[in-house]
Design a binder for this molecule. Sequence first.
Ligand SMILES: [Zn+2]
Ligand SMILES: [Zn+2]
Length: 114
Amino acid sequence: MLPTEILIYINTFICKRQFNIQQNIIESLDIKYNCSSITQPCNIVNYKGIQVCDKHDNIHLFNCFKVLNRITNKNISSIHFDTKECCFIAKSYISDFGNFSHFCCNGKGIMLSN
Ligand SMILES: [Zn+2]
Ligand SMILES: [Zn+2]
């Protein structure tokens, strides 16, 4: 068995999305380690079949998909995000909900025209 530090280092490169695994090394060996930012497992969001990881992929796209997944009303007039970056990325996916009109709220929101 490799030293814990090495396993943790290797673990940071393993993405659940890419390898389609349920547990990473740290989880499966039940290693206790205090630096949670390193050992925390990947969180995967799935939007219309596109999978994005919060650790190994674009975090803004991850947050964008999280917001879009929460929308249940198809007749909304605006969608708001936590950051401008999320909002900018979301413009590409907004046609599912309506036609893009313009950005609002300092670039963190999108107004739709239906
Ligand atoms: Zn990952
Ligand atoms: Zn707004």
